[in-house]
Design a protein around this ligand. Structure first.
Ligand SMILES: Cc1ncc(COP(=O)(O)O)c(C=O)c1O
Length: 384
């Protein structure tokens, strides 16, 4: 198999390359708006304006009813902040078996501290089981529900509208982990969902890493993780990362100015990639519900082979993809998401995630599909 001329990056659910316009604005902000937003003198003014302007952009892109956005150091931190805050105000934390580790580990820690936790099962297709959710909600009135909008491994949409409606019915607070949704979906957050909290992270839509956001419609519920200088109304102490926040703002502006085109582009690449792979490897199959899936993600089970071996061979050939969420890479366990969907350990180990981005091209999708299929066929012959 010939090596692709240029590396082909198909791991955009792990992180995305910051666009040139984002890099420019980050550098420019470091040069010109380096002042501390809390400073009373004039050098603090551009930084203060920048934070305000970023909040306005967030509000207009997300369609929220207000600008109560808390800047954090990551999506993980936003999730920790959300869960810890809501847990203090609910009778129990209800979450699902396929959440990101930032939610599941926070839930475990809260449980160790005495908060009751319920983990909802998912269907074979990778969706939260609504009947199980209703059962838990009726057993724990005034609970807190934390569910992701889109699963990072399979790309499957969670029935988020139904989940928020159910939660309201039982007076539960709602947190949505929207890390994989922002910039890949055209749905306004309000009035349809109206979550109490929603988290996102800039590096999933071609912004810089290290910039997360928690939208807190009910900011009085916030229990700050960081205390100190009283920045951000005391919700998150610490001098703000103005350059990173400027990068987040530019990434949002760029994505939302061409949102439909971006979604259509990623979907076309993903679909053509999948078609070719499945044509050449008819024994492979897609994990998760394909008709309710985000535009860029393909999680394929190459039954009978070792997925890690495939990822390694593709890496050597310049096609970058991953086996489960990047945050758990290095752990020998099979994907907890795929296992929760009922895949056997062997099937979970045989599965690989490919996630496309706006910077990928059609040629890349086609070339990658041929390389992936050829390598998978080769490994299949070896393993069987
Ligand atoms: C669904 C989901 N939530 C949260 C996170 C954490 O975001 P960050 O990498 O900014 O900590 C990720 C990142 O992979 C994610 O996919």
């Amino acid at each position: 198999m010939k090596m692709p001329i240029q590396p082909i990056y198909l791991d955009h659910n792990a992180t995305t390359p910051p666009l040139p316009g984002v890099v420019d604005v980050v550098c420019e902000t470091l040069r010109t708006a380096y002042g501390n937003p809390s400073s009373g003198h004039r050098q603090g003014e551009p930084a203060r304006r920048l934070l305000q302007s970023a909040r306005e952009t967030l509000q207009s892109c997300l369609g929220t009813s207000d600008e109560q956005f808390i800047f954090t150091g990551s999506g993980t931190e936003a999730n920790n902040l959300a869960l810890r805050s809501l847990a203090r105000h609910g009778s129990c934390v209800i979450t699902s078996a396929i959440e990101h580790s930032s939610i599941l580990s926070s839930a475990t820690r809260l449980q160790d501290e005495g908060t009751p936790i319920e983990i909802i099962a998912v269907t074979k297709e990778g969706e939260v089981d609504l009947r199980a959710l209703r059962q838990q909600l009726s057993a724990h009135r005034h609970a807190t529900v934390s569910i992701q909008w889109i699963n990072n491994e399979t790309g499957v949409f969670q029935p988020i509208q139904e989940i928020t409606a159910l939660a309201r019915e039982y007076d539960a607070l709602v947190h949505i982990d929207a890390a994989q949704a922002i910039g890949k979906l055209d749905t306004a957050v309000e009035p349809v969902l109206a979550p109490d909290f929603l988290s996102l992270t800039a590096h999933k839509f071609n912004g810089p890493a290290g910039v997360g956001v928690l939208y807190a419609r009910q900011s009085e519920l916030i229990d700050p993780l960081c205390v100190g200088g009283g920045q951000q109304s005391g919700w998150h102490a610490g001098t703000e990362n103005t350059a990173g926040i400027a990068g987040l703002q530019r990434a949002l502006e760029l994505r939302y100015s061409e949102l439909h085109e971006a979604i259509a582009h990623m979907a076309k690449l993903r679909d053509s990639f999948e078609r070719t792979v499945l044509e050449l490897c008819p024994w492979a199959r897609i994990n998760g519900r394909t008709d309710r899936r985000v535009c860029n993600t393909s999680n394929i089970c190459f039954e009978g082979i070792e997925g890690q071996a495939l990822v390694g061979r593709l890496d050597a050939l310049g096609v970058y993809c991953s086996q489960s969420s990047a945050c758990t890479t290095g752990h020998p366990e099979p994907s907890h998401v795929l296992r929760a969907m009922g895949l056997s350990e062997a099937q979970a180990y045989a599965s690989v995630r490919f996630s496309f981005g706006v910077t990928n091209t059609h040629q890349e999708a086609e070339l990658a599909a041929t390389v992936v299929a050829t390598e998978a066929e080769y490994l299949k012959r070896i393993f069987t």
